[in-house]
Design a protein around this ligand. Structure first.
Ligand SMILES: Cc1cc2nc3c(=O)[nH]c(=O)nc-3n(C[C@H](O)[C@H](O)[C@H](O)COP(=O)(O)OP(=O)(O)OC[C@H]3O[C@@H](n4cnc5c(N)ncnc54)[C@H](O)[C@@H]3O)c2cc1C
Length: 269
């Protein structure tokens, strides 16, 4: 698997700063950018301001920072999962209709669990037979779009992806969680490492959802939390409620219609 950050939006921290600042300032975006360009706003101020905003739920400015990735050698099993992300991300994926794979190009992804189970030879034999049949089908004039019907989930594929920072955070929330499948988890970890290489300031927010810079707790089942290696350092949501009930001023109860009314009328309970 190869994951490379091809490019990212020019001056990403400054863009984030100006986008957030525009919401909270009487100055126009042009005036804000003049201050950025003349360095009246220091780099430290920009970083500190962004850090504070990232602690809040005001997420739309994060959509103004964009990354482009080249990803290759991942399985079709991964790609089925990856393309389920539909907001803030654009994919171009290698076609099995237009690309006719040569036998030696079909470098199938072999999960280590097959090796651990001692079944990797059987796996390889089946894939070698599959490659042969695929080639035979092409030679017999079967179009690539039909020959590919014999290809398995292990078949390799490539992506050119554009993703914004808000969606990258969301993808990390879900796919760095140990509940995500290993291959997509590895790919997203590599995407994170690529961003960290060039923009460590914002890469620290790319965490699984239980990370201290995200929700901070696990909202998966208690059973999954117990099995998770991060469960030793991140709390489960049920333990937060237990603490609230033990040390909070009130018992956590279901919201009543009276509470909804208070929210509606902005009254304090
Ligand atoms: C551990 C795990 C197991 C999974 N298992 C399965 C499975 O068994 N079967 C299966 O089919 N899928 C499964 N999925 C895929 C999952 O259901 C989502 O399709 C996938 O994670 C994409 O995420 P997203 O829906 O948040 O989309 P994204 O595009 O990443 O969403 C971005 C954000 O926009 C919001 N959003 C997007 N579209 C809409 C909309 N139309 N209306 C309102 N809000 C929207 C989302 O709520 C989210 O906050 C699994 C995912 C994970 C991580």
């Amino acid at each position: 698997m190869q994951v490379k950050l091809i490019d990212y939006a020019h001056e990403p921290l400054e863009k984030l700063y100006a986008a957030f600042r525009t919401c909270y300032s009487s100055e126009s975006p042009i005036e804000i950018w003049q201050k950025i360009k003349s360095e009246k706003i220091t780099h430290e101020k920009i970083r500190a301001f962004i850090g504070e905003r990232l602690k809040t739920g005001h997420a739309s400015p994060l959509e103004q920072v964009v990354f482009w990735f080249g990803i290759s050698g991942v399985s079709r099993s991964l790609s089925h999962q990856f393309v389920r992300h539909r907001i803030g991300i654009s994919f171009e994926q290698q076609s099995q209709r237009y690309v006719k794979f040569k036998e030696n190009q079909l470098a199938f992804v072999l999960p280590q669990s097959w090796e651990r189970a001692g079944l990797d030879d059987d796996f390889r034999k089946l894939l070698a037979r599959t490659s042969e049949l695929y080639e035979k089908a092409l030679k017999a004039g079967i179009p690539a779009e039909d020959a590919r019907f014999v290809l398995p989930n292990a078949a390799p594929t490539n992506f050119h992806v554009m993703v914004n920072f808000a969606e990258m955070l969301h993808i990390c929330d879900l796919r760095l969680c140990v509940r995500a499948q290993w291959e997509i988890r590895r790919m997203v970890a590599m995407m994170r490492a690529e961003i960290k290489r060039v923009l460590p300031e914002i890469a620290v927010y790319l965490q699984p959802k239980c990370g201290e810079n995200r929700m901070g707790y696990c909202d998966e089942s208690l059973e999954d939390w117990r099995k998770c290696p991060l469960g030793r350092v991140r709390p489960h949501k049920s333990s937060l409620f237990e603490l609230y009930e033990r040390y909070g001023s009130q018992k956590a109860e279901a919201l009543s219609e009276a509470e909804f009314k208070a929210v509606e009328e902005k009254e304090l309970l």
